[in-house]
Design a protein. Structure first.
Lengths: 172, 98
């Protein structure tokens, strides 16, 4: 019963995520597209929790759905792009054909790969009372140097964003 | 569950690629790139569950940081392009086209 419920919810969230992603790609208005993408990210966070990554699920909601998408919506608001333009922004026949072919090739690859057998699933990783420790221990021991480098990357990105978005001295 | 998670991840990645190839609005293309990064994160989490170790989750944290940096820089570029062209349609940005 428990595993049946688990499987049902796993498929439910996965299918909602895929349906929202399709809706996201096909919307004309950038605001509607962004909100569908937020829906996809919430479903992905639910999948993370069901795959025993509770901390990453919380970070996904905070960082992706909370911070990154808000930045996107802010830019849409600042540039006043909220309404869908009357001319469609979907590419012409050539672009659509290329995209369709690439999509078909990737789906074919998917079915070829799905015959591969995965090794047996190991039992649940940790007790559910302690979910941050298994992530933070490797982060601050084995991966300490990459962790410090990401902070430098963030600093450079912030400086670069300010420099790029700033108006020049002689701009109107 | 791992097979299904990898399947969902591949389908989401394909949707992101098709979005990048078919849309012309620069902001929507950026969001498609975020969708692809999310799909990769899902397969990281699934494989980390398969191996019973949390190292994959550490990489998801790194991917999220880089995605945040990329979104900040990319949106700044879009803002400065918009100042120049008064549009974010990729048809108008053809400076490097032969």
């Amino acid at each position: 019963m428990n595993t049946l419920l688990y499987t049902f919810h796993f498929y439910l969230f996965g299918l909602i995520a895929i349906a929202s992603a399709v809706a996201f790609v096909t919307r004309k208005s950038p605001v509607a597209a962004a909100l569908w993408l937020v829906n996809t990210m919430f479903c992905l966070s639910a999948l993370y929790v069901m795959l025993d990554a509770q901390f990453i699920g919380a970070v996904q909601v905070l960082v992706y759905a909370g911070a990154i998408m808000v930045v996107f919506l802010f830019v849409v608001m600042l540039l006043n792009l909220g309404q869908a333009s009357d001319v469609t922004d979907i590419r012409g026949l050539g672009g659509r054909l290329t995209a369709g072919l690439v999509g078909l090739a990737m789906v074919a690859e998917l079915f070829a790969l799905s015959r591969m057998r995965l090794p047996k699933l190991t039992s649940a990783m940790t007790d559910h009372a302690n979910v941050v420790n298994p992530v933070s221990a490797p982060l601050f021991h084995e991966y300490l140097l990459p962790f410090e480098v990401t902070s430098v990357v963030l600093l450079v990105a912030v400086i670069g964003a300010v420099v790029l978005a700033k108006r020049g001295p002689n701009a109107s | 569950m791992i097979n299904e998670a990898l399947f969902f991840s591949a389908v989401l990645f394909t949707i992101g690629v098709v979005g990048v190839l078919t849309r012309r609005n620069a902001i929507i293309i950026f969001m498609c790139v975020e969708l692809m990064l999310n799909a990769v994160n899902l397969s990281f989490i699934a494989l980390s569950r398969l191996h019973g170790s949390a190292n994959g989750q550490v990489f998801v944290l790194f991917v999220m940081t880089i995605a945040a940096a990329e979104a900040a820089v990319g949106l700044a570029i879009i803002i400065s392009i918009f100042r120049h062209h008064k549009s974010v349609d990729l048809r108008n940005i053809n400076l490097l086209k032969g």
